[in-house]
Design a protein around this ligand. Structure first.
Ligand SMILES: [Zn+2]
Length: 130
């Protein structure tokens, strides 16, 4: 088994437990980075669109967002797959400033059929142990 990376540790800590099975994370769940966008002041409409697509479960549209710049604030969508089927998509605000911490801004429960849709948009190598 791979060592847990810092993103996995952050997600387990911030999300806490799985909405589907109720178990405290990680509990054999896996995760993948699904989408990201830069979240500075000039990009508020794009960030609102990003969260709207997440809330509407528009996974194909959400997956087209892949901007990232380490010197700027970002919002990142991660998919968490539950071993019982289904999972969650969480939208995390990820500040560029190291003294600010990542925060969960959206959390959606995802049924098994949608996890299948999401998986088709990702490659198997993108999934990591939570
Ligand atoms: Zn679960």
């Amino acid at each position: 088994m791979l060592n847990r990376d810092t993103t996995a540790q952050m997600l387990s800590r911030k999300v806490g437990k799985c909405d589907l099975c109720g178990q405290a994370l990680p509990a054999r769940h896996t995760y993948a980075k699904f989408a990201s966008t830069i979240a500075d002041k000039e990009r508020i409409p794009q960030v609102e669109e990003f969260f709207l697509k997440l809330e509407k479960h528009d996974w194909k549209a959400l997956h087209t967002y892949n901007e990232f710049d380490g010197s700027k604030n970002a919002v990142v969508a991660y998919v968490i797959a539950c071993p019982q089927g289904g999972g969650m998509v969480v939208g995390i605000r990820s500040p560029a400033e190291f003294y600010e911490s990542d925060e969960v801004h959206a959390q959606e429960m995802v049924p098994p059929a949608e996890i299948t849709t999401i998986s088709k948009l990702l490659s198997s190598g993108e999934w990591r142990p939570l």
